[in-house]
Design a protein around this ligand. Structure first.
Ligand code: CA
Ligand code: FE
Length: 550
């Protein structure tokens, strides 16, 4: 724990600023209580005429002794932020109680114009497994009070972890009624697996602010539109996030160094750099900002001895798609699909992941990533944008999951705008092989579901009947997954909204699925006899498929 009074009340100037500022907290009750407004650094600052905290506050990536606090000063959020082109001091306070009687860390730091006046503050020296409250002050304005928490101590016995899984929040697809419901849940964490923004133009239920975005300024304004939503702000204010990205944070269906339209080279990488920078600026992530088109975001997050989250990046390093026919993403297979040199994660991330999964010390390995992992035949073909487009790479990961000396594997995914639960077979193509893992797929927060996109209902039941291992599917409803993890079992409650096409809605639970460690071949209890059907369905005839952009 690094804490001195100088650090607690001192000002973090530009020369200390690397984009991710680390400060220490005192033990609870030790820090001097200084009114934030009395900070000498703030006293010399000009007042801002409008509230700069329009995008709210957020926290993220809780460790046992630290958490990331975030805000961005933006009095004119949809037009570049409206801040002067200068450093602006922001005061922060972190307290052990909601009334800020017991302040454990406070000080000031600079919000910099080159980071859109966002701040990423890592507060260290905190106590494990407890709630904290935080707030900021800048330009004479107070931020809302955010609540966050720390993770349990490494290896600690944890009875229960509860988190929400979210993805795909296209503004034009609907209102964030799902976030309104999520804000009322009792959560430790929110896990976001991508499509936090959509890059396109368009109208729909709620119009985007302008056409497709390409530049840093345009991506910033797009994030500002989304983060202005009161329900998204409420969820960020209440729970820490851990986030990865998918394609739409940059461009639909891009793959590494190639755009969806096959564009490569400097123009594409410049766009990717702008998009990655804007993502960093707007999410409460524990990493230094990118300085170009690359940003390593794969990382782990431990929740005591209960769970290790391996947060993956399935976009930045993936090889160019193969077997593409026509302009839709659902394609028949072709021989290139068997090329073992092709990778979804890139060699470095793949090796890192295997090491993390084998490290042990937890009951569950939770793999948080963007695209569907299970084999999913859909409309007579496979979606080359999912793991179905990277068959040998998926099998290499399945081989690691099949090692029963590793913790119980749970894969989390989104992207497909439908919800589902699937068994993961030791051989993805052979449902007679043992079940070695389990996958929970969250539906879209607001993006048009497959059912809404295709103007149909009931596709989930068709998929359940035809896809081996898929025991629940819902392609109609928007919502999120409420996940509960105990040492013995993981449960997913599939939360569904009555509508996202109106500003208010009701929430319900469409299904609950529980999977025990024993069912995955782990633990002392022998796995139950397989109840998986060995019947494989005849492939549906290939239809002309609408362009579907998960
Ligand atoms: Ca996607
Ligand atoms: Fe999506």
């Amino acid at each position: 724990m690094a804490s001195s009074q100088e650090q607690l009340v001192g000002h973090l100037s530009r020369r200390h600023f690397l984009g991710l500022v680390v400060v220490g907290a005192a033990a609870s009750g030790v820090a001097p209580r200084l009114p934030v407004a009395a900070s000498p650094r703030l006293a010399g600052q000009p007042a801002l005429s409008d509230d700069p905290f329009t995008l709210g506050v957020a926290s993220g990536e809780p460790h046992p002794d630290s958490v990331v606090l975030w805000t961005r000063l933006a009095p004119d959020p949809l037009a570049g932020g409206g801040m002067p082109d200068a450093d602006v001091a922001v005061a922060y306070e972190v307290a052990a109680d909601e009334g800020f009687a017991d302040v454990v860390a406070q000080g000031t730091l600079d919000a910099l114009p080159e980071h859109a006046h966002s701040i990423h503050l890592v507060v260290t020296g905190l106590e494990a497994d407890r709630l904290y409250w935080y707030r900021f002050r800048a330009g004479g304005w107070d931020s809302p009070v955010g609540r966050t928490r720390t993770a349990p101590a490494l290896g600690a016995s944890v009875a229960r972890l509860r988190f929400a899984l979210a993805s795909c929040q296209n503004w034009t697809g609907g209102y964030y009624t799902a976030y309104a419901a999520m804000a009322d849940e009792d959560l430790d964490l929110v896990v976001h697996v991508g499509d936090y923004i959509y890059e396109g133009g368009g109208a729909g239920v709620r119009p985007h602010n302008g056409d497709e975005v390409f530049t840093l300024a345009e991506y910033r304004n797009r994030y500002a539109l989304y983060k202005g939503d009161e329900h998204l702000r409420a969820v960020h204010q209440r729970f820490p996030f851990v986030a990865t990205w998918d394609d739409h944070e940059v461009e639909n269906n891009y793959a590494g160094d190639v755009s969806q339209d096959g564009i490569t080279g400097p123009a594409w990488l410049e766009r990717r750099a702008a998009a990655y920078k804007a993502w960093w600026e707007h999410l409460p992530v524990r990493m230094a900002p990118p300085t170009g088109p690359d940003l390593q975001i794969h990382r782990t997050l431990d929740w005591g001895g209960l769970a290790r989250f391996c947060v993956l990046d399935t976009r930045q390093y993936r090889d160019t798609p193969v077997c593409l026919v026509g302009d839709g993403p659902v394609y028949p297979a072709c021989p290139d699909l068997d090329d073992p040199t092709r990778s979804m994660l890139g060699a470095d991330q793949e090796a890192w992941l295997a090491e993390q999964l084998r490290a042990g010390g937890v009951s569950w390995n939770v793999i948080a990533q963007s695209v569907v992992f299970a084999r999913l035949q859909l409309f007579g073909g496979f979606n080359m944008d999912q793991w179905d487009g990277y068959v040998p790479a998926r099998q290499r990961l399945l081989d690691v999951l099949a090692d029963t000396s590793t913790p119980c594997p749970v894969v989390l995914s989104g992207d497909i705008h439908a919800a589902g639960h699937a068994a993961l077979f030791a051989d993805a193509a052979d449902p007679t092989t043992p079940v070695v893992g389990t996958e929970f797929v969250c539906t879209a927060i607001s993006s048009s579901t497959i059912g809404r996109s295709f103007g149909t209902t009931g596709l989930g039941a068709v998929l359940e009947a035809t896809v081996p291992g898929l025991d629940y599917a819902n392609a109609d409803d928007n919502g999120y997954l409420l996940m509960t993890v105990t040492p013995e079992a993981v449960t997913g409650d599939f939360r569904v909204m009555s509508t996202v096409e109106q500003p208010t809605a009701t929430v319900g639970t469409d299904a609950s699925v529980t999977v025990t460690c024993a069912e995955l071949g782990r633990g002392d209890t022998p796995p139950p006899p397989s109840t998986t059907t060995t019947t494989t369905s005849a492939a549906s005839p290939v239809r002309a498929t609408p362009r579907y952009t998960g």
